[in-house]
Write a protein that binds this ligand. Structure first.
Ligand SMILES: [Zn+2]
Length: 249
């Protein structure tokens, strides 16, 4: 998809979610998914959006990221149109590392290594895809929670007078500045009746980084649970808390 979320020109870093990252990444306008991984990629995207309320994920123009295995972003594209008018449009982005996703071997090796050293919450080949879609779900539910608007509305361009731009930027940034995922780790730990540290150790090391990363790692673990893993106490507790919080929106 062109346009939505992909016009890099007017993008301001000051209002880009990615500025929160400790290690800066670079986004390239290039499809990162190698031929061997294309079917798995598409099937995973399709399946996740059929289960969870994620809008527009299949329309995102997938980019290449350098400096991370995957990256999901949300932000605002602000473009001055002249004549005292400015166009503001929200965007979401999804990007993956092209070397890791170039072949099935490279992807499997990376994920297996990361699972063995406990960095990732699963060893499934579609782990990174599920993790990034977990962030997209978090963004979308944040917008709903903070402003009771749909992702659709957030992504629709609007033209406003220059004098209103600052207020509108503040309003839109506030829609995603406080994430839906905030407090979920605490709720899951309460649900399981184990302390937070022990609960997070059932997920992954990456999950310790922030509440957003906890959510994405927990989402990937729960979505990718197979057979008996679905009865795992953590998976059950996370699914219960997620469902309750989605129903409350
Ligand atoms: Zn992440």
């Amino acid at each position: 998809m062109g346009g939505r979320g992909s016009s890099v020109s007017g993008k301001s870093n000051a209002i880009n979610w990615a500025h929160r990252r400790k290690n800066p990444t670079t986004i390239l306008d290039k499809d990162p998914i190698g031929d061997e991984n294309k079917k798995m990629f598409k099937d995973t995207m399709k399946n996740i959006v059929s289960i969870y309320p994620i809008e527009h994920a299949n329309e995102i123009d997938i980019k290449t990221v350098k400096g991370a295995l995957g990256q999901a972003g949300i932000g605002l594209d602000v473009k001055s149109l002249g004549n005292g008018q400015t166009q503001i449009q929200g965007y979401i982005t999804l990007a993956f590392d092209d070397e890791t996703f170039s072949s099935e071997y490279a992807l499997e090796k990376k994920i297996t290594d990361n699972f063995e050293n406990r960095w990732n919450s699963s060893g499934e080949i579609n782990h990174i895809i599920a993790h990034e879609l977990g962030h997209i779900l978090d963004f979308q539910l944040s917008i709903k929670k903070n402003g009771n608007i749909s992702l659709d509305e957030f992504l629709t361009a609007k033209v406003i007078p220059d004098a209103d731009v600052n207020n509108e930027i503040n309003r839109m940034v506030n829609l995603y500045d406080v994430n839906f995922s905030r407090g979920i780790a605490q709720a899951v730990s309460r649900e399981m009746n184990v302390d937070g540290n022990k609960m997070v150790s059932m997920v992954s090391e990456y999950a310790r980084e922030s509440e957003m990363e906890f959510f994405a790692e927990a989402f990937a673990k729960s979505y990718l649970a197979r057979g008996k893993e679905k009865e795992d106490v953590f998976v059950q507790a996370f699914n219960k808390v997620l469902k309750e919080r989605i129903n409350k929106l």
